[in-house]
Write a protein that binds this ligand. Structure first.
Ligand SMILES: [Fe+2]
Length: 190
């Protein structure tokens, strides 16, 4: 599914071509996230062309909304835009597939976690991401994070995953109780 981007389709199409090429050329998933991060940083460097239409910049009824921009027909990857309300957080969750995240607008605060052998999670660092900054998710060791918009304005980030993420059963973690819940990403209707 390719969602029509009316402002500047060429930029998104070039990025999608780059991702396809990365999938063909990469020697490992670590190589994929490196290549896709470089491509996404280039795309985000062209934010002044406002290639992401306004309808993807506003969260819907929930604390944040995930809009599908492209889902590869074979389900090999997808590109989505996440729009966060001020102060909104995803909560701690894993991905089970590789991912690359880059900020399009606003500020986002990411905290990373790792599983510990005795059970539970430990904090494994974090980063404050400004527009153009990219980070990655790489199972099985580096795939758990929490994304928060710490500001009083909406934020928007572009997320690229190695599958149609809405079809991947994933885990949400409660740090207080250690409980896990199986969750599926939900795409906002456009
Ligand atoms: Fe995530």
């Amino acid at each position: 599914m390719l969602v029509k981007i009316h402002k500047d389709t060429d930029l998104l199409n070039c990025f999608l071509d780059d991702v396809e090429l990365s999938l063909k050329l990469a020697q490992s998933e670590a190589d994929i996230v490196k290549r896709v991060s470089d491509s996404l940083a280039l795309l985000l460097g062209k934010r002044d062309r406002e290639w992401l239409p306004d309808k993807f910049l506003r969260p819907g009824s929930g604390k944040y909304s995930q809009y599908p921009l492209y889902i590869a027909p074979a389900g090999t990857f997808c590109v989505t835009a996440l729009a966060f309300k001020p102060g909104a957080s995803t909560g701690v969750h894993n991905h089970r597939v590789w991912g690359v995240v880059g900020v399009y607008r606003g500020i986002e605060d990411q905290t990373f976690y790792k599983k510990v052998p005795e059970g539970g999670l430990r904090c494994a660092g974090g980063m404050i991401c400004e527009p153009g900054d990219c980070s990655y998710l790489l199972p099985p060791e580096e795939e758990i994070h929490d994304v928060k918009n710490p500001t009083g304005d909406c934020s928007v980030s572009i997320h690229v995953y190695g599958a149609d993420i809405a079809r991947v059963p994933r885990q949400a973690y409660c740090l207080e109780t250690g409980a896990t819940t199986t969750v599926f990403s939900k795409y906002e209707a456009i």
